[in-house]
Design a protein around this ligand. Sequence first.
Ligand SMILES: [Zn+2]
Length: 244
Amino acid sequence: MVNNLNKIAGIILITLFLSGCGFLSNQNNTEIIKIQDSTEEVQEEDRIEIETQDDKKVEIINEEKEEDEIIPPSVEKVEKPKEEIAKNTNEPKITNKLADWGFSKSDNRKIDTIIIHSSYNAVGKDVHDLDDIIYKEYKPYGVSPHYIISWEGKIYRLVEDKNVAYHAGESKVPDGRTGVNNFSIGIEIVNTKSEKPNSAQYGALRNLLAYLKSEYKIKYVLGHSDIAPGRKDDPWNFDFGKVR
Ligand SMILES: [Zn+2]
């Protein structure tokens, strides 16, 4: 009898539990539906409010940006290119062809002299061949100018202005200073001893000299023969009247 009573009590408890679960689950379902309805309604209201607020904010921000950002930068953008263009017109077109020989590095040398030289290609067929002059004549001797102006009138930079290029050798300027490499810029013009520099070369040299004079306070523009008389006779057939 005790076992039967226990079984009956167990069955009743299980039935109550299951029915309770069913009851609870029904309540949960109705509550979920209500919650979903309410959240949907709230969300829709919020969306409308948020969207309208966002639209207003975006419109306001856009209007402020148009006034604050576009107008002042457009003024700056117009001014900066004008300055850059003005500077560029003063600078000649220079192509870097930097040598890793023929100079020593310097950071604070004072430049006040420009020396003009002549070079031609004596080792190949084309007397004006720039690479032969640079790599077969300058390089083996460990010498280099800062600039060389090709027969076509193009300017190439072999050594940066700030560095001491080996172009003058033993030399002296009229005020008595020696070691001219230390305070000078060297410029080679490509022409032979029987040729005169052409008009494209003179034009390029005028531009280069104007640029260097705007960068440094230049005291002398001299030929190699002026600072090493008897030892050097270049620049050949050069007319200083065309660059002064
Ligand atoms: Zn020279």
